[in-house]
Design a protein around this ligand. Structure first.
Ligand code: GDD
Ligand code: MG
Length: 340
């Protein structure tokens, strides 16, 4: 069985992190998010098809260098084909029913139960659904009492909201769905395909549990908080901290809630970190305060910096000593390109 992973967006909402690392390779809990998704797939999936375009080479290189125990096929779009066009573009790799997964979704959805649900429904496909407070950022999905989807509205306006159940970005589809997608054209599966195939029996699988679309700075940090809290709740960790191999914290470094630090990171004395994600090989000088911050690979933070409340630092970038950055500040590799 195949799983198509939609990994081709530009990740604009996570810039400048995504100027140097494509969104699917950004780490969540110190593992590229796309690898976490692949690891959650049921054993039936023996072939993973990656639908990519932006920074395709980086994604291809990652899987050439790291064996994940399944066949991996990289299908490159010259131009982004949209979520539906990208699926159609992978048609030659599909042998039967298949998964389609958004590469930025962090979830503990039980894929085995999900597949069993689809087989039991016997429709053209099934969408995993999640309940959220504000559906406007998502695809709103209305089902009947038999879980049959009656309506799909992508990014509904405030006045269109009639349910809080949304598309969680994980589908199981029968190959017949491919007949409803025009080849070699930009097609949105959410806007142009789902509304049309409802009558063929499209079902919703209501999932209650850990779920986050990690595609924005806030939700990327929230995804870590949820995962770290889940580790503590499961007795796998004592604190909401995760530290990679070879990471060194000088004495006098204070870690508050929700701190995920990659490998080979150095943090000097007097620093206080909370609600932070620090990628591999970053260096943080002494007496820094970091709260609500993502620091990219190999980035350098000088001494005595305060970075608070939604600050992103691109891989390889430098923050000069004494900098005070907050509220949406973005630091790029070269100083001229620093945005605020
Ligand atoms: N190959 C390819 N080509 N992939 C693409 C393209 C494309 O042209 N455009 C987007 N993608 C990938 C993105 O990388 C992402 O993994 C996935 O498709 C969804 O795109 P997003 O840009 O993240 O969409 P969204 O978050 O606004 O909305 C989607 O996800 C929500 C759940 O997280 C929709 O599927 C919503 O209906 C859904 O609720
Ligand atoms: Mg998304």
């Amino acid at each position: 069985m195949e799983a198509i992973i939609l990994a081709g967006g530009f990740g604009t909402r996570l810039r400048p992190l995504t100027y140097s690392v494509p969104k699917p390779l950004l780490p969540v809990m110190n593992t590229p998010m796309i690898v976490g998704i692949i690891n959650s797939l049921p054993p039936e999936v023996d072939r993973v098809v990656l639908a990519v375009n932006y920074m395709a080479k980086a994604i291809r290189d990652h899987f050439a260098a790291n064996d994940i125990g399944r066949e991996v096929i990289v299908v490159v779009e010259d131009e982004p084909l949209g979520t539906g066009g990208a699926v159609k573009n992978c048609e030659s790799q599909i042998r039967g029913k298949f998964f389609v997964i958004n590469a930025d979704v962090i979830t503990k959805l039980d894929m085995v139960a999900y597949l069993a649900f689809h087989n039991n429904c016997g429709g053209i496909g099934v969408l995993a659904l999640q309940e959220v407070e504000d559906p406007t950022r998502y695809g709103m999905v209305i089902t009947d009492q038999n879980n049959s989807i009656q309506k799909f509205v992508e990014k509904p306006g405030e006045n269109e909201i009639v349910t809080n159940w949304i598309n969680a970005g994980t589908y199981i589809l029968e190959p017949e769905v491919l007949e409803f997608i025009t080849p070699e054209k930009k097609v949105s599966i959410e806007r142009e395909v789902f509304p049309v195939i409802l009558e063929k029996g499209l079902y919703g699988f209501k999932y209650v549990g850990l779920w986050k679309d990690a595609g924005t700075p806030g939700s990327y940090l929230d995804a870590h908080a949820l995962m770290l809290e889940a580790e503590v709740a499961a007795g796998l960790a004592k604190t909401t901290h995760l530290l990679g191999e070879g990471t060194h914290l000088d004495s006098g470094v204070e870690l508050g809630e929700n701190v995920c630090i990659g490998s080979g990171v150095k943090i000097a004395t007097g620093c206080r970190l909370s609600n932070c994600v620090v990628h591999d090989n970053a260096t943080i000088g002494k007496d820094c305060i970091l709260d609500g911050v993502v620091i990219g690979d190999r980035a350098t933070i000088g001494n005595g910096c305060t970075l608070e409340n939604d600050v992103l630092v691109e891989a390889g970038a430098t923050v000069e000593s004494g900098a005070q950055l907050s509220c949406g500040a973005r630091v790029r590799q070269s100083k001229e390109r620093q945005e605020n």
